[in-house]
Design a protein around this ligand. Structure first.
Ligand code: PLP
Length: 393
């Protein structure tokens, strides 16, 4: 008997590698394995592929190739942006404050905290409303005249609740004051435009495994002229801004993956939006105690998230898994721990509800039938978990 097909609804955690991407990568493992810095032909071949990948990505962003810096993924890109820009700008201007939001991924939030704890920066955390949205008036108030601000970092879209931040408007406020702005676009890539001039940002992070590319590969865009000190030293790779032999197969795969998702972006968003809305509508109708988290309108097309009042997410996730459905509580690092999500906390969700976080993030493999299967299974699963393991907070 064949095992039932897995219904994978955890695309915000990671995505499968596309076959076309794997095909593009394979020759760089086997035939063109040279070090991209080497003089010989097999090295030069790798170097050409690296340059081509950089051009492809730059074109998709409306950037210059020299503004693209290859990294090992979203976490490194975020670290490189904060640790690279804030101290360099402080050295140039004396500005000593970092402004970010209470709902950033920990790759930004803990890095900003580390810069405050160990490197003498002060930190301003912007609050969010009950949708997880930052208010422009709060950004304006936090910036003041901007003289003491070394860097602002605001994510483009939130991983836990799918809310899209008004980054272009925030960037305009920064630009008026000459303050550099970074955006974590890890969840946005493939779903929202990454054109850096439309966004008006000076730095932008991504991670290939979120858009059907390989894990362990990402890039950071840094606008030319932005003060930047490398955090990875020890070689002249990446124009001396990130030392280390480049992951050529990964980078080739990332460029191919980004080109593919960008070409399909609008069509795929339109398809997923229908599935997402059916999922949200169906769950609100049939699951007792379900409440949507995040904005209903400024929301990633593939993202549905809830709190299920009266149950703990873990039991629901295990039962869904046994039913062949892969979902998440919100953030990968939160699963398995009982600490309430800092995102839901910042949105004012009571701790007793926050333990019932459920995120269903859609992608290529998902069909209308998958959505109907989840809608058919979830109400009974939640009712059953409520019966055996109610939240007793
Ligand atoms: N930023 C956001 C918004 C994310 O969702 C993630 C991963 O979930 C990261 C950063 C970290 O990316 P990576 O897993 O590539 O290190």
């Amino acid at each position: 008997m064949n095992a039932p097909r897995l219904i994978y609804m955890d695309h915000s955690a990671t995505t499968p590698l596309r076959p076309e991407v794997l095909d593009a990568m394979l020759p760089y493992f086997t035939e063109y394995y040279g070090n991209a810095s080497s003089i010989h032909s097999v090295g030069r071949r790798a170097g050409v592929a690296l340059a081509q990948a950089r051009r492809t990505i730059a074109e998709l962003l409306g950037a210059k190739p020299a503004e693209i810096l290859f990294t090992s993924g979203g976490t490194e890109s975020d670290n490189a942006a904060l640790r690279g820009i804030a101290p360099a700008r402080r050295a140039a201007t004396g500005a000593n404050r970092i402004i970010t939001t209470a709902v950033e991924h920990k790759a930004v939030l803990q890095t900003a905290q580390d810069l405050a704890d160990h490197f003498g920066f002060t930190l301003t955390l912007l609050p969010v409303d009950s949708d997880g949205m930052v208010a422009l008036r709060d950004v304006e108030a936090a910036l003041g005249d901007g003289q003491d601000v070394a860097l602002v970092s605001v994510m483009l879209a939130n991983n836990e609740v799918g809310t899209i931040q008004p980054v272009a408007e925030i960037a305009a406020l920064c630009r008026e004051r000459g303050v550099p702005i970074h955006t974590d676009a890890v969840q946005a890539a493939g779903k929202l435009s990454l054109r850096v001039d439309e966004l008006g940002v000076d730095a932008l992070s991504t991670s290939a495994h979120k858009f059907y590319g390989p894990k362990g590969t990402g890039f950071l865009y840094v606008r030319s002229g932005t003060p930047f000190w490398p955090t990875m030293t020890g070689g002249s790779h990446e124009a001396s801004r990130r030392a280390g032999t480049e992951n050529v197969p990964g980078i080739v795969g990332m460029a191919r993956a980004l080109a593919l998702v960008e070409a399909e972006r609008e069509q795929e968003n339109a398809r997923l939006r229908v599935l997402r809305d059916r999922l949200i509508g169906g769950i609100l109708e049939t699951v007792d105690g379900a409440v949507v988290t995040g904005s209903r309108t400024a929301r990633l097309a593939n993202h549905a998230s809830f709190v299920l009042r009266g149950v703990e997410a873990e039991g629901v996730l295990i039962a869904l898994d046994l039913a062949g459905i892969a979902a998440s509580s919100g953030s990968a690092c939160m699963s398995g721990s009982h600490r309430p999500s800092h995102v839901l906390e910042a949105m004012g969700v009571p701790a007793a509800d926050a333990v019932g976080g459920l995120r269903l993030s859609l992608g290529h493999s998902n069909t209308p039938e998958d959505v109907e299967t989840v809608l058919a299974r979830l109400p009974a699963i939640v009712a059953q978990i409520k019966g055996v393991a109610p939240v007793l907070l």
